[in-house]
Design a protein around this ligand. Structure first.
Ligand SMILES: NC(=O)c1ccc[n+]([C@@H]2O[C@H](COP(=O)([O-])OP(=O)(O)OC[C@H]3O[C@@H](n4cnc5c(N)ncnc54)[C@H](O)[C@@H]3O)[C@@H](O)[C@H]2O)c1
Length: 264
């Protein structure tokens, strides 16, 4: 299914976490349309069942923010698929604003936005490395390459998600592991709807539909590209951040001032 840098979807066994809604649902639909056999996970059992029913997939509801929940998902998915070829570690949360966010918000963000990827790869890598192929897809965020104003736990843990995906690619690329990191800006889902004034000012104008993220993943899999940027401008901002960090920070701070002036 997976060759050096290029992933063939048809016939693959796929898992999508948080696949009951939003971006996860779009990824599940796109991969199923490409001929994959898809296990749909979600905390919301009804949502997982609805998407699985629609795409001819198999629902495994459960909480992937815990070690036990992730292990049970992978066990059930293997029972159904035989082997998992592509794992889309997509579920994520935006919880808390700044340093004053509750300890629980920081911890919840860490467990789902970072540790879920670590735990999934811990379960999957032994068999992927022994057969010399596997594909791990992390839904991080543009916040993981840049930052999201008004969302410190989210920005920090999405940087962690992107860093972990990079580490996996750098460490196991020569052993047949393909890693892809999806980094969108605003996508019209319930998460964007809940992102408040900062989301309105920073994200809404350039927001895209979840289906466009599904299409971007499809192209990224075919190209064997690590960074999947459904908003191409994110690549420019990322280069600017690296090339002139102070200028980039001044620009972000001007945006913060606009948010404050708008009364956030
Ligand atoms: N919407 C955006 O603007 C945007 C932009 C960049 C990145 N992202 C990322 O995309 C991913 C999906 O976000 P979305 O916008 O589709 O969100 P969403 O809230 O619309 O959907 C998330 C889904 O994940 C499920 N979920 C939440 N916690 C879970 C858990 N612990 N275990 C299993 N399922 C769980 C929810 O029930 C929901 O169905 C997240 O990682 C998010 O950070 C979103």
């Amino acid at each position: 299914m997976v060759g050096a840098g290029m992933t063939i979807v048809a016939g693959s066994g796929v898992v999508v976490t948080g696949g009951g809604a939003g971006i996860g649902r779009a990824l599940a639909r796109r991969l199923a349309a490409g001929g994959a056999r898809v296990v749909v996970n979600d905390l919301d059992a009804g949502a997982a069942a609805a998407v699985a029913g629609e795409i001819g997939g198999y629902a495994v509801p459960g909480d992937v923010a815990t070690e036990k929940g992730m292990r049970e998902l992978i066990l059930a998915a293997r029972g159904h698929l035989g082997e998992i070829d592509i794992f889309c570690s997509n579920a994520g949360i935006a919880d808390g604003t700044g340093p004053d966010a509750a300890e629980e918000s920081w911890q919840r963000s860490w467990e789902l936005n970072v540790m879920a990827h670590v735990r999934a790869s811990r379960e999957l890598l032994p068999s992927w490395l022994s057969r010399g192929r596997g594909c791990f897809v992390v839904t991080a965020s543009a916040a993981g390459l840049l930052t999201m104003l008004g969302a410190a736990p989210y920005s920090v843990t999405k940087h962690g998600a992107e860093a972990y995906a990079e580490w996996l690619a750098a460490t196991y690329g020569h052993r047949g592991l393909a890693v892809h990191c999806i980094c969108p800006q605003g996508v019209r889902t319930s998460m964007l709807a809940a992102s408040g004034r900062a989301g309105d000012i920073v994200l809404r104008e350039a927001a895209i539909e979840p289906e466009e993220v599904g299409e971007a993943l499809w192209e990224g899999l075919a190209d064997g590209r690590f960074l999947i940027l459904p908003h191409p401008a994110v690549g420019d901002y990322y280069a600017m951040r690296a090339g002139d960090t102070d200028r980039w920070l001044r620009g972000m701070n001007r945006m913060q001032q606009r948010i404050e002036e708008a009364g956030l």
